[in-house]
Design a binder for this molecule. Structure first.
Ligand code: GTP
Ligand code: MG
Length: 694
């Protein structure tokens, strides 16, 4: 069945790990009648956690999509993983939905990922709500969690539901807006509607008053009405709340215990009746001139859509997840892939309930569906009916922070390994695979050790390839610290005509980051023009492998001052060899030094770990640049040599019991000396010996 834009809602459930998102997703589908049974994460049969790796580990790893119908509206729900290793899949869900629901464990309150996700939603100015989970557990506290949200995010979340009791005494929730209660039932039975218990009448009335105020705020006509009459009609309430939420002025709060099927129906009504409809929200892209533009989500315009995710299914092959932004996407049609500048045949079109695909004929603006076996679609591609004047904004993904070098134990498997790594990178945009020509290794990088291990385990078990991994080599550089000059004459007498070329040059340090400058200061044709390219090639070769440890040389000016040629014996090759040797000779005399990459590091940890993280960073030769603290969470900014950070995701995990997270990016190169440099040189020599053994 197909739904029109105003009848579609897209909701992403996100939150810190293990806060109950998948259970909430499962039970919402059950409450909405989309699945006949409600499973537990432990059973390995939930709609969302269906992959082998998820069933084995009992955590979500991939974003899952399913839908249900409520009040005539189709509600698409994304269940996203909580571990920061899989942040990429959360971002695609945020990108494709108009409302974010943050699950917060009622015992733990706001946690690190909650804060990072909140900031991410801020960056998108995306309407959001909070769902306080596990109300049936001891020590869950609705009010305290709201206070925590207020302290950390400076917002007064507005309760749409209130819990009736907590822990062992938990009975259900009050639906504030609709003035009724929903009670938990024995076993797996759905929650049941009833009267608000007498002792909850006052808090329910007070909460309703707050909702009315929230609805009236920001709308002058409604506010006037409210002041006149002291109340709002249900229609006015809806109108006001829709407006307030769309403008991101209110943060609705819900309570529940999904595992007991509780607190779900009021949320479904909220999602159907009040959550933003895609048509009201809009999307963003870049025009032909590269400037960012707003794009209305509009069914009346010609087709445009965005590929938000690529996955592989053992039966259907490649699945391209598509958010339709304008017009409609029809099965058995033709579309244009703007990003690839190619036509694409759309064959069958599907919507999904987790891994289960259901065929549909068409999808309208605002909806999300799946196209199988496309020839050209890849994540981030813009699809249109033919118009190529704009492209939708890509997913804004974090940079990988953890890298590992990998190869197949048997050389014959290397190509096959490469193939699967390329596919993994297609499926997961935070996973990268590159062959580093400089260090001659295949390096994979991702958001953490867990993400890398899951991908490698999958290749090991599905493809039966034995893999070897090691810490990647660092891309060191070499440079010089003072001016020096040298000359070299390449001379050889062999059989016919010989080889002759003489090059005199000077080298001088350049400011860091300026790389290389070639100056030809030859007078009077000491080296004829046609041999200069040979000289330049020789210097390029000299720069490619420095004299200290064979790393590329940077930030050097090379000035050719003189030379000599022979009318018969000179050749480009002679001058190349002369220039290379002259450069190497000059470099030896210029007090060369090694440079190492320095990274900008941002660490997020709970304040109680701050001291341990700081002292660990100073042991890692880190320089602290700054530190902030918001509501118990510290953010530390530092510059640290890359060599010290190769296993940082593992180190930080152990310091913070898995709660800390970080981001890292290259900043600059800085000199190293003494023992550290000696070790780099020794390792480079060992590597050279090993290479020549191969
Ligand atoms: N008592 C109780 N336990 C719950 C409830 N909801 C979830 N749990 C349990 O909490 C654990 C984590 O639940 P999940 O639904 O997998 O949590 P998640 O947020 O999806 O986890 P990740 O996807 O790995 O981040 C499981 O053992 C659930 O059974 C609840 O309402 N009450
Ligand atoms: Mg989950």
């Amino acid at each position: 069945m197909s739904y029109s834009t105003e009848n579609i809602r897209n909701v992403s459930i996100a939150g810190h790990g293990q806060t109950g998102k998948t259970t909430l997703f499962e039970r919402l589908l059950y409450a909405g009648g989309a699945v006949p049974r409600a499973e537990t994460v432990e059973s390995g049969k939930t709609v969302s956690d269906y992959s082998t790796e998820e069933i084995e580990r009992k955590i979500s790893i991939h974003t899952a999509l399913a839908h249900l119908e409520r009040n005539g509206r189709k509600i698409n729900i994304f269940d996203t993983p909580g571990s920061s290793d899989f942040a990429g899949d959360v971002i695609l869900a945020f990108r494709a939905s108009e409302f974010g629901l943050l699950a917060i464990d009622g015992r733990a309150g706001v946690q690190i990922e909650t804060i990072k996700l909140w900031r991410n939603l801020d960056g998108r100015n995306k309407p959001r709500g909070i769902f306080i989970t596990k109300m049936d557990e001891d020590r869950t506290d609705f009010e305290k969690t709201l206070a925590d949200v207020k302290e950390k995010f400076k917002v007064d979340a507005v309760p749409f539901t209130l819990p009736i009791g907590s822990g062992a005494g938990y009975k259900g929730v009050i639906d504030v807006l609709n003035r009724k209660a929903w009670f938990i039932q024995p076993g797996d039975a759905p929650e049941k509607e009833g009267e608000i218990p007498a002792e909850y009448k006052d808090p329910a009335a007070a909460a309703l008053e707050r909702l009315i105020e929230a609805a009236a705020e920001g709308d002058d006509a409604l506010m006037e009405h409210y002041i006149d009459k002291g109340s709002l009609s249900p229609e006015e309430m809806h109108r006001g709340l829709i407006e307030a939420l769309s403008a991101n002025r209110i943060v609705p709060a819900f309570a529940g215990a999904a595992l007991r099927n509780s607190g779900l129906v009021p949320f479904l009504d909220f999602a159907a009746d009040i959550a933003p409809n895609p048509g009201a929200a809009g999307d963003r892209g870049t025009g032909a001139d590269g400037a960012e533009i707003g794009v209305a989500i509009d069914p009346a315009k010609p087709l445009s859509a965005l590929v938000i995710k690529t996955s592989y299914d053992q039966f259907s092959g490649k699945l391209s997840w598509i958010k339709v932004i304008n017009g409609k996407l029809a099965a058995d049609s033709e579309a244009f892939n703007v990003s690839e500048n190619k036509k694409e045949r759309i064959g069958k079109l599907y919507v999904c309930q987790g891994k289960k695909l259901e065929e549909v004929k068409e999808l309208f603006a605002g909806d999300v569906g799946i196209v199988t076996k496309s020839a050209t679609f890849k994540t981030n591609d813009t699809i249109t009916a033919g118009d190529a004047s704009m492209q939708f904004l890509h997913l804004r993904l974090p940079e990988p922070v953890h890298a590992v070098a990998v190869n197949a134990a048997a050389k014959k498997d290397d190509d096959k390994l490469g193939e699967f790594l390329v596919r993994a990178a297609e499926e997961d945009k935070t996973f990268r695979f590159v062959f580093n020509a400089e260090t001659r290794e295949s390096v994979i990088s991702a958001m953490g050790e867990l993400q890398i291990n899951i991908i490698l385990d999958k290749i090991r078990s599905n493809q039966k390839i034995e893999l070897e991994t090691h810490v990647p080599r660092i891309a060191y550089r070499e440079t010089i610290t003072k001016k020096a000059g040298a000359e070299y004459t390449h001379k050889k007498q062999t059989g016919g005509h010989g080889q002759y070329g003489k090059v005199v040059l000077e080298i001088a340090p350049l400011p860091r980051g300026e790389d290389y400058k070639f100056v030809n200061a030859i007078f009077g044709g000491a080296i004829p023009k046609n041999y200069i390219p040979g000289v330049e090639k020789g210097i390029a070769e000299g720069m490619a492998a420095g004299t200290m440890a064979g790393y590329p040389v940077v930030d050097v000016e090379v000035k050719i001052t003189d030379g000599k040629y022979h009318p018969v014996d000179s050749s480009e090759l002679s001058f190349k060899l002369a220039a290379r040797n002259a450069f190497r000779e000059a470099m030896r005399q210029s007090s060369p030094t090694l440079l190492e990459p320095i990274m900008n590091l941002t660490v997020f940890v709970e304040e109680k770990y701050l001291g341990d993280v700081m002292s660990d960073l100073s042991g890692k030769r880190g320089r602290i640049l700054g530190q902030d603290s918001v509501g118990g969470i510290a953010e530390i900014r530092a510059q640290v040599p890359q060599a010290e950070l190769l296993r940082y995701s593992i180190d930080l995990r152990s310091i913070t019991s898995g709660t800390g997270s970080f981001s890292v990016e290259f900043d600059h190169y800085a000199p190293i000396s003494g023992k550290i440099a000696d070790e780099v040189i020794k390792a480079a020599e060992a590597f050279k010996v090993q290479e020549s053994d191969d």
